[in-house]
Design a protein around this ligand. Structure first.
Ligand SMILES: Nc1ncnc2c1ncn2[C@@H]1O[C@H](COP(=O)(O)OP(=O)(O)OP(=O)(O)O)[C@@H](O)[C@H]1O
Ligand SMILES: [Mg+2]
Length: 392
């Protein structure tokens, strides 16, 4: 119930009814009502639809019209305030009709007293408030569902885009392989041509295998099927594996790679293959996204009193826009760059893998970048030994 006085309008052509209602309302101790009276039945629907009152008391016997008709019409025209139908002695039969017409309640005048009237008004107002609250909730929920639906459509669209990217990425290496085979066919048994072609095919096959391996790891990681194989390994061994694997990319782009290791040897309890894969992915990205002749660094240092180790992969390439620094770790996310003509190479899973594998080890990874061609830095922190006994 509102704090201010409750505004009521009685629509009734009989002044005696008005006096009765006014006196009953005056009897009610702690509720404040303001009662207005409209005797003109022809204006009833308009007045109700204006909605300047909290509630309407509508008499059934309204001269030429009946109160039921007024309520029905007002409801049809969208009247918001509750309406209570008042009837005389012989009109008990219209109770059901009143409900169907949209009346909030039905009161018989001859039985009316202050308590009954007050309670009926209170319940009718309360019910309207509940209905409005329900409506608000339904609307809020509908809006939520619409958003969820939109998000699903977005995921579906990204999946479709991704499928076509995947098809391209898997098909690309097949073109040079086919060319190499054709060259071999034309060259007959010229050993130098055969050797160049064979090396080319080998490189491309390696590339396809890496793509497919990545996808398989993604699938297994997503389903929680990857368990780390913990062992004691020197950090430099994992670093060497990663740098060896990335060497051909570094050489091809004439990048300079500088590796700094801590003075005294560091041993980690970790899955060495996975840690190498993490470092390889970061170095491979640095090599791939930096223009030829770039500078790449891998700095490894002990963190604190031997709790952990920090790996930093730093390049002087195009960098990553600030608003993408977290998103690059999301699966299938690639930064759109104008100078690539919109075509990025790769599957957009490398950094997702990095993050998952680092977190499986109980570590953290973070991307930093000054933006605007100032290069970027990927910082990986790993504990020297697994933190919880479950991981070990
Ligand atoms: N060193 C870097 N410099 C600039 N941008 C980078 C660098 N590393 C990653 N990125 C951006 O982050 C995106 C995501 O990298 P991620 O390694 O996950 O995927 P990818 O390299 O596109 O494909 P792949 O699955 O083959 O690794 C890249 O597409 C690239 O736009
Ligand atoms: Mg990558």
């Amino acid at each position: 119930m509102p704090d201010r006085p409750i505004r009521l309008m009685l629509i009734d052509d009989d002044e005696e009814d008005y006096i009765l209602a006014r006196d009953l309302l005056a009897e009610i101790a702690d509720s404040r009502f303001e009662l207005e009276w409209l005797a003109d039945a022809d204006r009833a629907v308009d007045v109700i639809c204006e909605g300047r009152h909290d509630l309407y008391l509508v008499d059934y016997g309204l001269g030429p019209r009946d109160g039921l008709g007024v309520i029905r019409e007002a409801v049809a025209r969208g009247a918001a305030a509750p309406m209570i139908l008042l009837t005389g002695l012989d009109e008990r039969a219209i109770d059901l009709d009143a409900m169907r017409a949209g009346a909030a309640d039905f009161l018989e005048k001859w039985r009316l007293n202050a308590t009954l009237l007050e309670r009926s008004i209170r319940y009718s107002l309360q019910e309207k408030e509940h209905a409005e609250e329900l409506e608000r909730r339904v609307q809020a929920r509908t809006a939520e569902l619409a958003r969820a639906n939109e998000a699903l459509r977005d995921v579906d669209r990204r999946k479709n885009e991704y499928l076509s990217l995947l098809a391209h990425e898997l098909r690309n290496p097949l073109v040079p392989i086919r060319n190499a085979l054709e060259i071999m066919r034309l060259a007959g048994d010229d050993p130098s041509v055969v050797e160049t072609s064979r090396a080319m095919i080998e490189r491309q096959v390696k590339h396809i295998v890496r793509l497919i391996d990545d996808l398989m790891v993604v699938a297994r990681l997503s389903r929680g099927l990857i368990k780390l194989k913990y062992e004691s390994v020197p950090v430099d061994r994992m670093v060497t594996t990663a740098t060896e694997n990335v060497r051909s990319f570094i050489a091809k782009a004439r990048h300079e790679l500088a590796v700094t290791l801590p003075a005294e040897p560091l041993i980690l309890q970790a899955d060495s293959e996975r840690v190498s894969q993490v470092l390889y992915n970061l170095l491979h990205n640095a090599a791939k996204y930096t223009k030829a002749g770039g500078h790449i660094r891998l700095d490894v240092e002990r963190d604190g009193e031997g709790e952990g180790v920090v790996f930093r992969v730093i390049d002087d390439g195009p960098g990553i826009p600030e608003d993408m620094l977290e998103a690059v770790f999301d699966i299938f996310t690639q930064v759109k760059r104008d100078d690539e003509g919109g075509i990025a190479s790769g599957l957009g899973v490398g950094l997702w893998l990095v993050k998952r594998l680092v977190e499986l080890h109980g570590g953290k990874v973070e991307a930093r970048s000054g933006g605007g061609r100032q290069g970027c830095e990927f910082v990986v922190w790993l504990p020297t030994a697994p933190v919880d006994s479950e991981a070990a």
